[in-house]
Design a protein around this ligand. Sequence first.
Ligand SMILES: NC(=O)c1ccc[n+]([C@@H]2O[C@H](COP(=O)([O-])OP(=O)(O)OC[C@H]3O[C@@H](n4cnc5c(N)ncnc54)[C@H](OP(=O)(O)O)[C@@H]3O)[C@@H](O)[C@H]2O)c1
Length: 244
Amino acid sequence: MSTQHKRVALVTGANRGIGYEIARQLAKKGLRVIIGSRDAEKGAQSGMKLVDEGLDVRSIRVDVTDGASITAAVGWIEDEFGRLDILVNNAGIMIDSGCDILDLPLAQLRNTLETNSFGPLLLSQICVPVMRKNDYGRIVNIASILGSLSDIANPDSAHADMQSPAYRLSKSMVNGITALLARELQGENILVNSVCPGWVRTDLGGPQAPVAPEEAAKTPVWLATLDETGPSGGFFRGSQPLCW
Ligand SMILES: NC(=O)c1ccc[n+]([C@@H]2O[C@H](COP(=O)([O-])OP(=O)(O)OC[C@H]3O[C@@H](n4cnc5c(N)ncnc54)[C@H](OP(=O)(O)O)[C@@H]3O)[C@@H](O)[C@H]2O)c1
């Protein structure tokens, strides 16, 4: 693929953690990858590490709670590269560990939804028109089994003692966004899927988590590079479908 035909991927929250590893693996597949980072300096530093590995990576400031920063970033990508093919909505926060739903302050729920749910929706709304110009798009929403309503309703689930209601609700909503977007885009070559990366060793997941970011990135990368026969409107972990 020539430079101007090279596919371009934007990964939010890619300055560290799972997003950084998704960016690296997509770039290793020959894509041009844009690291979205709410702190421009951190994004530039992470981008330089991947450039030093010989990868085609750039960075741009994107705060997913700030519509103006999203519009500016997507505008820059279109001006600079003439296309945007892949969006990985990875940026996320968990700020209500240990809190139960009866005590959940609404401000905490609002803050969590702003980042984990409204951010992916707004990014999708802004990126889909750009994707449509090339009749190609892949959107991957990084959700979590903790947002699965089947899991929340199952008293025998391994996660039954897990609190974080704001985080869980935000990931349920992102799964709803995936399903609605996939339905809206049915018949177009723009595929939308959710993924649970597992319990991953990052700042969010903590040091005891069993899954390395390198392993966690594999399913998002698969979904970001599906061919046109690939699934849309699904929820996956390790390439296997999960219950909503
Ligand atoms: N780790 C797990 O076990 C696990 C399990 C299931 C799902 N997930 C999901 O996987 C995704 C990545 O998590 P992670 O474990 O890699 O977490 P992480 O290491 O804490 O990284 C989170 C990333 O999101 C960015 N971010 C947060 N708020 C943002 C905002 N408003 N705008 C732009 N970027 C923002 C952070 O940027 P800063 O560096 O500026 O803070 C950071 O780059 C999240 O959606 C998370 O919910 C993780």
